[in-house]
Write a protein that binds this ligand. Structure first.
Ligand SMILES: *Cc1c(COP(=O)(O)O)cnc(C)c1O
Length: 396
């Protein structure tokens, strides 16, 4: 890299004042500076739709037709977007993906689950089932951040749990059913796939999943507070069977109630109406433009720009080295030690480019970039130019 004439220093540490002085020219900046991995960019058009519905939808009863028709739109739209096979249904509940983990530990896991644990979010679900007194200790395959364990058949488990996209590290896993069997036939194992940072941005085979669940504030670029799950007939049957067995379940986490109420386009308690509408609007936007193939291609294009830039950069490199697992939705980029990524993220933030910080607990010199379908590929291109501009001034 060459030092630009505007470089305030000739190398070495940059004092705070110089950092604060770095102003990225307006012509280089992205049109929209939101690159967070959750909550992620909400398209202004979706917020405008919310404003348009300010008086006929917001502030009206979730038991009445107005809100229920939005819930119905959302359920239909998600089924279309995810190409739900016959018999699969869309279930809604409150509390985000975190609540779904608790709900699944009561309503979908019979006795013992198997988990792939490859980062913050997948390890949290593991912690839920490990702590549940009514379940046996889970089976866990762990791997280092940036890598992933294989999806292997494990004897004596009835659920296989993993993320489609591990948001903390930028590793994706193509959903599969655990193959072969040593003792347990795969049909007795339900696959529970966390798609919070994947749904609508990654193609997959829906026949490989029994519960494909997510909160809508990441890949679906809406807002938080809800969980949405596409469940297979096998998962619905599992929910019915566990419920009939009389296992005590907190009412708020009762998947049988969620299943029954979702069929009537309702939730057990009051949902976040704004989130429902934002999500239905975003899903409609994706379906109207060509569905999952179109949406996934946008993110793929964004990621080719980001990773292509990082691979030729002298100061940056993709963290996930295996191309088969490198996420097109969450880009984790390591930086050369002479450039402090936290300082870089701070300068970007001061210039209106926000939430590029690496995942705190990972503790790497890293930026993490959300490239969900709502993000314009041209804005990712602009982001790389802005990083170069700042880097030339921080580490000339
Ligand atoms: C953010 C995230 C969650 C938690 O979602 P909440 O809506 O905050 O509960 C779960 N799983 C993954 C993969 C996530 O990225």
């Amino acid at each position: 890299m060459t030092a630009s004439p505007a470089t305030p220093l000739d190398g070495g540490a940059v004092p705070g004042a110089a950092v604060a002085d770095i102003v990225i020219p307006a012509g280089l900046r992205p049109a929209d500076g939101r690159f967070g991995c959750g909550p992620a960019k909400v398209r202004p058009e979706a917020v405008a739709e919310l404003a348009r519905r300010a008086v006929d939808y917001m502030g009206t009863s979730h038991r009445r037709a107005g809100v229920r028709s939005v819930a119905a739109d959302l359920r239909r739209g998600v089924a279309e977007l995810l190409r739900a096979p016959d018999g699969y249904e869309i279930v809604l509940g409150n509390g985000g993906a975190t609540a779904f983990w608790d709900a699944a530990s009561f309503g979908l896991i019979e006795r013992r689950s198997h988990h792939l644990s490859l980062g913050e979010f997948s390890s949290k679900f593991t912690a839920v089932t490990r702590a549940a007194p009514h379940l046996d200790d889970p089976s866990v395959h762990e791997s280092e951040p940036g890598a992933r364990p294989p999806i292997a058949a494990v004897a004596g488990v009835d659920a296989c749990c993993y993320p489609h996209n591990e948001t903390s590290t930028g590793v994706m896993i193509l959903p599969e059913r655990p193959g072969g069997a040593d003792g347990t036939s795969a049909s007795e194992v339900v696959t529970l796939v966390d798609a919070t940072s994947a749904a609508g941005g990654l193609e997959f085979d829906p026949a490989a999943v029994d519960a494909y669940y997510f909160a809508p504030q990441k890949a679906l670029s809406s807002d938080g507070g809800l969980w949405i799950a596409m469940v297979s007939p096998a998962a619905a049957e599992r929910i019915e069977r566990i419920s009939a067995s009389g296992r005590w379940t907190p009412a708020f986490l009762d998947l049988k109630a969620a299943l029954d109420l979702s069929r009537k386009d309702q939730t057990y308690n009051t949902p976040a109406l704004a989130t429902l509408l934002l999500t239905a609007t975003q899903v409609g936007w994706m379906n109207d433009n060509g569905g999952l193939g179109w949406a996934a291609a946008r993110s793929r294009r964004s990621s080719e720009i980001l990773y292509g830039w990082a691979e030729t950069s002298e100061i940056a490199a993709p963290f996930v080295t295996d191309l088969a697992y490198r996420s097109p939705l969450v880009g984790t980029i390591d930086f050369d030690p002479r450039l402090d990524a936290d300082v870089l993220a701070g300068v970007l933030r001061a210039n209106g480019i926000i939430d590029t910080d690496g995942y705190r607990k990972l503790g790497r010199n890293q930026l993490r970039i959300g490239m969900f379908p709502a993000v314009e590929p041209s804005d990712v291109e602009a982001l790389t130019a802005c990083i170069d501009y700042v880097a030339e001034r921080l580490a000339p």
